[in-house]
Design a protein around this ligand. Structure first.
Ligand code: SF4
Length: 175
């Protein structure tokens, strides 16, 4: 099991780190990466509650704070202009932005309408208009700069832990 340390024990002085402000956001997708994250959290809760300030994680809490994040995780693709604007907002207040899962990293499978034939696209035109959706579904990197990508449908728990571990180390090196 990968573990994280709240205190730096590599030096003679014990350094206590401020908590890492974390946001988790889901856009157009089936939210399986959120399920993976919560399953990983089941094993790591005791460590994570000392390391992370879960500032905006709607799957865990009803009162969320949207001010600034050390790291924000984005799941899902952007299907509408409001989602584009929200991702831009999240990027502007986050030090690190991580795209989790295939929908966020590649736009698929959530954006399968991008690959429709002309006839299929014509048949869904009324829905695009009714819901004010974007002409094409976008992956996160089509909209903002992404620092880390964790592909997979859903993402692998092992890779997720490895990337989180690396992010914790990187963020702490600047704290
Ligand atoms: S990448 Fe796959 S599992 Fe993840 S949200 Fe998209 S469809 Fe669901």
């Amino acid at each position: 099991m990968i573990r994280f340390n709240q205190m730096d024990t590599t030096s003679t002085e014990t350094k206590v780190y401020p908590k890492i402000k974390l946001g988790w956001f889901s856009f157009s997708c089936c939210e399986d990466n959120t399920v993976v994250m919560t399953e990983v959290m089941n094993d790591h809760w005791q460590e994570w509650k000392k390391i992370f300030d879960f500032r905006h994680v709607r799957v865990m809490k009803s009162k969320n704070i949207m001010d600034e994040f050390d790291v924000a995780f984005i799941e899902g693709a952007m299907a509408g202009p409001e989602q584009e604007e929200q991702v831009k907002k999240i990027r502007s207040i986050s030090k690190k932005l991580v795209a989790v899962g295939a929908c966020a990293v590649t736009g698929l499978p959530s954006g399968q309408r991008n690959n429709f034939t002309a006839e299929q696209k014509e048949s869904i035109d009324f829905l695009i208009t009714r819901f004010g959706a974007l002409p094409s579904v976008k992956k996160v990197s089509d909209v903002v700069t992404v620092d880390v990508e964790i592909p997979g449908c859903p993402m692998s728990p092992k890779m997720f832990l490895e990337k989180v571990n690396a992010l914790v180390a990187e963020l702490r090196s600047s704290q």
